[in-house]
Design a protein around this ligand. Structure first.
Ligand code: WQD
Length: 342
């Protein structure tokens, strides 16, 4: 059985859908700090059975010990973390406590319980700014914000743990690029609790009319149309990458590090155009100043994951936008219908 920490979150819930489809037993641990309890019901609708669920925090070592005793857990997929770059700059201690401290507590509980397989949700934000693209796994590492630092520190913890007991641990460090989109059912998707920092959820809210217009953070970058370019990857492809990594670890002890990206960069305006076509809605925007800390462009060299895991991103930008739109539009309608009559 697989323990999925943060399994009610955006990427976690989509991974649970793929685990269920593959016949993998799993139990979700989540404290709803960045997710909704209603996701559990949606997972039941999609998979046909209510997921096993425990409410709690990865920093609670006693709770973790109880979970390892209660369930026949033999692997962990670890999503639970804070992930807002800007927030991490304002609240570094909360990020180090939750992300790094939580992971160390989880690993200690795993060691105590004799569970030695972990798939870790890392991020391309660990890479240094690079003029050379695409980015491969052996590129220099130098995060530019506390959030990225927590991911790099956890990667180092995993490397040191592997070195302390060679071949005893099975550890995967998955470096995500830009996860977007939603499950094709439209029942689960990205659901930011306040103003979205990221492009896709903001565009989706402009399309539904929740927001008046998009601000494009700079159009004077040295890119195809002057706007920032990123490696967007459909969250369902990303979820399948976790299953592929888990299967790899079951056959190969040690430390695995791979990029999970499409290798196909897209600009802000290309995404806006794709979303307008997918939704049939106009996406008004104004060009604003560059956002501090933004890079012109980066995208993944995905070859290693394909070679080692037999995994590659299959879904294109139009499909990412179509699925994100179905989720955003459907959720807006459901919430409007559930709202008390004015
Ligand atoms: C994408 C592009 C913006 C919003 C972030 C995190 C990273 C990872 C993925 C966790 C850029 C432009 C955006 C807007 C815009 N998260 N943009 N107007 O910054 O590549 O990566 O999410 O691992 O750690 O840093 O994603 O979606 O914020 O920006 O013009 O309102 O869209 O300038 O070019 P980013 P993003």
């Amino acid at each position: 059985m697989i323990l999925v920490t943060g399994g009610a979150g955006f990427i976690g819930s989509h991974t649970c859908v793929e685990l269920a489809a593959a016949g993998e037993a799993f139990v979700i641990l989540d404290n709803f700090s960045n997710s909704q309890r209603g996701v559990l019901e949606r997972l039941a609708q999609i998979t046909g059975q209510a997921p096993l669920f425990e409410e709690g925090d990865v920093r609670d070592g006693a709770l973790l010990a109880r979970l390892f005793a209660k369930y026949p857990i033999d692997a962990v997929i670890h999503f639970a973390a804070f992930k807002a770059v800007g927030e991490s700059v304002a609240k570094p201690l909360a990020y180090y406590d939750n992300n790094v401290g939580g992971t160390v507590t989880l690993l200690q509980a795993m060691q105590q319980a004799g569970v030695r397989t972990l798939v870790f949700s890392s991020s391309a934000t660990v890479y240094a700014e690079s003029a050379v693209q695409p980015i491969a796994e052996d590129f220099p590492l130098s995060p530019s914000n506390p959030y990225g630092q927590t991911k790099l520190m956890i990667e180092q913890v995993l490397a040191d743990l592997d070195a302390s007991e060679p071949q005893a641990w099975r550890l995967a460090r998955l470096r995500y690029f830009n996860p977007v989109g939603a499950h094709e059912s439209g029942l689960i998707g990205e659901d930011p609790q306040d103003t979205p920092n990221n492009l896709m959820p903001f565009v989706a809210q402009v399309a539904t009319g929740q927001r008046a217009q998009l601000r494009v953070f700079g159009n004077d970058y040295p890119t195809v149309d002057g706007t920032g370019m990123r490696d967007y990857i459909h969250v369902t492809d990303l979820a399948k990458g976790h299953l592929a990594a888990l299967r790899y670890l079951r056959q190969h002890p040690g430390l695995l590090t791979v990029n999970l990206g499409s290798g196909r960069p897209a600009s802000v305006l290309q995404l806006v155009d794709s979303f307008a076509r997918a939704s049939g809605r106009p996406i008004p925007y104004e060009v604003a100043e560059r956002r501090a800390g933004d890079l012109a462009q980066y995208w993944a060299e995905p070859a290693l994951a394909e070679r080692l895991l037999g995994w590659r991103a299959e879904l294109d930008l139009d499909r990412m936008c179509a699925d994100a739109w179905r989720w955003q539009d459907g959720e807006a309608r459901r919430r409007a219908a559930a709202a008390p009559a004015a």
